[in-house]
Write a protein that binds this ligand. Structure first.
Ligand SMILES: [Zn+2]
Length: 408
């Protein structure tokens, strides 16, 4: 006897609701006919499901759209307070946290010094308290937190959110995601900071254009990078790709905290710039660098070296110029291999004026292989100091939607 595949009506109903709700979240304000076209569902199905979503306050009607001739259609968008998502950026110097509403508008931002993140267990408990206090202060009424994305510098195991190694934090083999999962009343997802930052920068530059290839470089205390193709991160076979900072640019160069020597990070990061400037400050007490750190080299930061360079300090200018040259060399290698449409430079070092950016551009153009037709754009990131937190929010939502979960 001929057999037929049994149709799982519940599953189809869930998928239809998921597609329609997802369409309104991502593309709203949008009308019913446009939803039907985008999701390939019939108008009666769209009408029934939007009715249910309205009843549950998951979406709201924002009035009639103006489409010229004919009866103006009713427009829908997600109810901003229907759900919130949290993004946590664990930086070496600061913890930065944002909470976004369902329309991805930032509703809260908060930061405090990271301090010394030891012992790990105490730090994780402290983070759990900070997150819970923020949610308490949000006074979000009925809105619920879907979950939190946590951005962490270092190698992160993608499947489990375990920190394999974080030289910035001095952590090794820490099950950060599962520990936070135990402490928080909602799901947590741990991702690499550079990957999170790149997701945000690429979205700000390219929107949902799925043809763009962006290489995003984070130039801060350390140096990291990530490749974004369309809206997706490409992180390699094990999810740990993008370690531009640990590519060797100087044979026999300074020791790097990854265990290698001569890495780009060891000669051109914020930490490396401050370390080189400390030598000048220690030997030349009358230098501008020594003056800016109050003659206490333990207080020396990269931004002071930039300030001294701006004021005409020759030693500082040389350090900055060398760092930019090395970054240019690193970028030229990445561009030759990846052939991106755009290279986006982000991070604290890029907040120091056009001199550094133009030196990097010159260094990259000097070393990159000539290629006719290449229209590479070199730009500075737009995400600001909460860009990584925003990016890890995006990463959490991408993961949430990819599992066809519904917050209803
Ligand atoms: Zn290294």
């Amino acid at each position: 006897m001929r057999s037929y595949t049994k149709v799982d009506k519940l599953k189809i109903a869930h998928t239809n609701k998921y597609n329609i709700f997802g369409c309104i979240v991502r593309e709203g304000p949008i009308n019913r006919a446009a939803i039907a076209k985008r999701t390939d569902l019939s108008l009666p199905t769209v009408m029934a499901i939007t009715g249910e979503l309205l009843e549950k306050s998951a979406v709201c009607s924002i009035g009639k759209g103006d489409f010229g001739a004919g009866k103006p259609p009713e427009m829908f968008e997600v109810n901003p307070d229907f759900f919130y998502v949290m993004g946590v950026d664990l930086g070496r110097t600061e913890i930065r946290i944002i909470i976004n509403d369902a329309t991805f508008r930032q509703r809260l931002c908060y930061k405090e010094p990271t301090g010394y993140p030891f012992p790990e267990e105490a730090f994780i408990c402290r983070l759990g308290h900070i997150i819970k206090d923020l949610i308490g202060s949000l006074n979000s009424g009925q809105a619920r937190i879907l979950g939190a994305g946590i951005a962490m510098p270092g190698l992160i195991e993608r499947e489990t959110g375990r920190v394999i190694i974080s030289p910035d934090f001095g952590w090794k083999d820490i099950p950060l995601q599962s520990r936070l999962q135990e402490l928080l009343p909602f799901p947590a997802l741990v991702r690499n900071s550079n990957h999170a930052l790149a997701l945000n920068e690429s979205a700000l530059e390219n929107g949902s254009d799925d043809n763009h290839v962006s290489f995003c470089v984070n130039l801060g205390y350390g140096i990291g990078a990530a490749l974004i193709i369309g809206e997706e991160l490409y992180a390699g076979a094990k999810g740990t790709g993008g370690e531009l900072g640990h590519s060797v640019v100087e044979k026999g160069g300074p020791f790097c905290k990854c265990g290698n020597s001569g890495c780009l990070e060891a000669v051109a990061s914020g930490e490396a710039i401050a370390r080189q400037a400390a030598v000048i400050a220690a030997h030349h007490g009358d230098s501008r660098i020594a003056e800016l750190c109050g003659r206490d080299i333990s207080k020396l930061e990269a931004r002071m070296v930039f300030e001294a360079a701006e004021a005409g300090d020759e030693g500082a200018r040389k350090i900055i110029s060398n760092a930019a040259d090395y970054i240019g060399i690193g970028l030229s290698t990445a561009v030759n291999i990846l052939d991106p449409d755009r290279v986006i430079l982000c991070g604290g070092l890029m907040r120091n004026g056009p001199f550094f950016f133009e030196k990097i551009r010159a260094g990259m153009e000097e070393h990159v292989m000539p290629c006719s037709g290449r229209k590479l754009k070199l730009t500075v990131g737009k995400g600001g100091e909460y860009g990584t937190a925003q990016g890890v929010c995006r990463a959490f939502l991408n993961s949430f939607w990819s599992e066809q979960l519904l917050p209803i």
